[in-house]
Design a protein around this ligand. Structure first.
Ligand code: DC
Length: 261
């Protein structure tokens, strides 16, 4: 995680302190507190989840990486959607996730190779979204995700973290952002990584993927009914982070008021 929050800004410094205090208070009140962050593709949930986990020193669960890793191996092995092999892949994944610290994003290894960078592509994300419609695959991966819940707490990001995997999560966030803004973020990332990309192409792929994730019968992408909705369309990463932290603090102080609104 390369993003550093400027400590020159006194408000951010104060917010970071408040966040750590919030983490301690949640740890006192709950056995293993969970904060979920769901949202559509490129809505900023992964970055925000990483920042929260790093600040709070909590475990980080990037659930998308599980679907992406299965998708990558399926593609490598020529396994097709609907084949029994695909479910078997999810039940006994031949990849493993490795991280230097529990709050850092994992690297993915397969057959002795670091495949993290390949797993992160939009092409693999699209296959992951198709694979994610299969109930048995979701069931098998969910068991692995539940095992990530550990002390002192968990920050989990994905599509169904607050609705299906951790329905009793302590606080739930749902990030949204305009399609054009999200596509631009992925386009800039593609230009940085590969030096090429098509803004229109990325926009169409993301739109199709969101639609598929929203329309599927099992664990569709949608906000949990008590989630705090954060729209990051007009915000920088740091501004979004500040809004999320304020939302978490507010929800922890006035849980019932916020839920009934
Ligand atoms: O978060 P991501 O972009 O890495 O996810 C890639 C795909 O994986 C996403 O389009 C759908 C699927 N996914 C899912 O169905 N449920 C999750 N909790 C996370 C990801």
């Amino acid at each position: 995680m390369n993003i550093k929050l400027s400590t020159k800004n006194v408000h951010i410094g104060k917010l970071r302190h408040q966040l750590r205090q919030l983490g301690k208070s949640l740890q006192r009140e709950h056995v293993m507190p969970v904060i979920t962050i769901d949202g559509p593709a490129a809505s900023g949930k992964g970055v925000i989840a990483g920042m929260l986990a790093q600040e709070m020193r909590w475990n980080l669960l990037d659930s998308g990486v599980f679907y992406r890793a299965v998708a990558y191996v399926a593609q490598e092995r020529g396994v097709e959607r609907g084949q029994v092999d695909l479910i078997e892949l999810a039940r006994n994944p031949p990849f493993f996730l490795c991280r230097p610290a529990p709050w850092l994003p994992p690297s993915v290894f397969f057959e002795g190779r670091d495949i993290t960078r390949f797993v992160r592509t939009e092409e693999i994300a699209d296959i992951a979204s198709k694979i994610a419609t299969i109930g048995e695959v979701r069931g098998a991966l969910m068991l692995r995700m539940l095992a990530e819940k550990n002390t002192p707490g968990l920050i989990a990001d994905g599509r169904d973290m607050g609705t299906v995997v951790f329905p009793d999560a302590t606080i739930k966030i749902f990030t949204v952002s305009q399609l054009e803004v999200r596509a631009k973020r992925r386009f800039e990332q593609a230009m940085e990584d590969k030096g090429e990309g098509s803004l229109l192409g990325i926009m169409q792929t993301i739109q199709m993927r969101d639609r598929r994730d929203e329309m599927r019968a099992i664990a569709p992408l949608k906000p949990a009914k008590n989630a705090i909705i954060i729209d990051s369309s007009q915000m920088t990463v740091v501004e979004t982070f500040c809004h999320v932290v304020s939302g978490l603090i507010g929800r922890n102080e006035a849980p019932l008021h916020s839920v009934t609104k």
